[in-house]
Ligand binder design. Structure first.
Ligand code: COA
Length: 150
């Protein structure tokens, strides 16, 4: 079962750090975001979504953080969390958006879940993080946004 977490969101910091390794960045969206957790036996999944306002009359919901505990990855839990968010917000938002580094660990996952690349924020990881971020030995520079209609 997926539950909304209202209090003590920081309890899930170890999981949140898997998807976003700088704590100050997590803090920038944790309070204004809505957090969901799937926690059963050994499975742990966390997701934080934020209201990003409107663009050309379309209401944008953003996945700021999505993390599946390493031992539970590639078993469908990440997709299940996205399906939950879609269902939860289909009436109140028009577009679901996710931003990620240009990484083969995340972009294929979002594409498999039905997202399509929409736009790029140049130098996001260089300008907003206090240290270089590497994934699979490649430095993340630009933020790649993917979107789907709700
Ligand atoms: C990225 C992440 C959320 C994916 O969750 P997951 O539970 O492992 O993924 P799922 O099992 O739901 O996968 C759904 C589909 O995406 C595919 N997929 C998942 N990760 C993939 C990868 N690295 N490369 C290619 N395909 C991938 C799966 O094979 C599956 O496809 P299928 O249905 O055709 O078999 C998870 O691996 C994770 O938490 N990673 C660390 C944190 C992170 O990088 N978060 C995202 C940035 S916000």
């Amino acid at each position: 079962m997926i539950c909304e977490i209202i209090e003590n969101k920081k309890k899930y910091l170890p999981l949140l750090l898997l998807a976003d390794e700088q704590e100050s960045m997590i803090e920038s969206y944790l309070n204004r975001g809505t957090m969901y957790v799937l926690e059963e036996q050994d499975v742990k999944v966390v997701c934080v979504v934020t209201d990003e306002g409107q663009e050309e009359g379309k209401r944008i919901l953003e996945i700021k953080n999505l993390a599946v505990a390493p031992e539970s990855q590639k078993k469908g839990y990440g997709r299940a969390m996205i399906e939950f968010v879609k269902k939860q917000y289909t009436d109140s938002f028009d577009v679901l958006q996710a931003g990620t580094g240009d990484s083969q660990l995340t972009i294929p996952f979002y594409e498999k879940c039905g997202f399509r690349k929409s736009h790029v924020m140049k130098n996001f990881f260089v300008d907003n993080y206090d240290h270089p971020i590497y994934e699979e030995g490649i430095q993340l520079v630009d933020m790649i946004y993917l979107r789907m209609n709700l």
